[in-house]
Design a protein around this ligand. Sequence first.
Ligand code: SF4
Length: 166
Amino acid sequence: MGLETLLAEKLKDTVLLSKMDAVINWGRSNSLWPAPFGTACCAIEMMSLFANKYDLARFGAEVLRFSPRQADLMLVSGRISIKMMPVLSTIWRQMPEPKWCISMGACACSGGMFNTYTLVQGVDQFIPVDVYIPGCPPRPEVVLDALMEIQKKVRGEKLLDRLHGE
Ligand code: SF4
């Protein structure tokens, strides 16, 4: 019996092999810490998402962080005025990498029905958005779906790409 076969035989019940990317991304995707940025009616639906009925803990994302340094998922819900945008982008910049962003509702995605100079016509003009949720307001189930999209995205990330800034 060759050395490799002997080792495989000895270790088969005690050693689990995987890729570093897969292990780290699995941990990250199941422990996203959202920073809620709610400004209007969509935020009411967002709050119900955090209540027990929808049980965000199933996805490991129930730990809301109001300190951006401790958050890795920005959840923008509601209308964002031009005056409010510097606050949002400052909070976004304070969040450490890697980080992701969900834009919840028509207003956050595109200004919605408020085609006016006082409102940002889509937060993606100022910060990068990973998942857009249409609707006025979207139901909490759709936000759960968006969260699962983010999880898929996190699981597909390559750590070396991140290290090289790609
Ligand atoms: S999309 Fe509709 S529910 Fe959401 S903030 Fe705008 S007006 Fe309110």
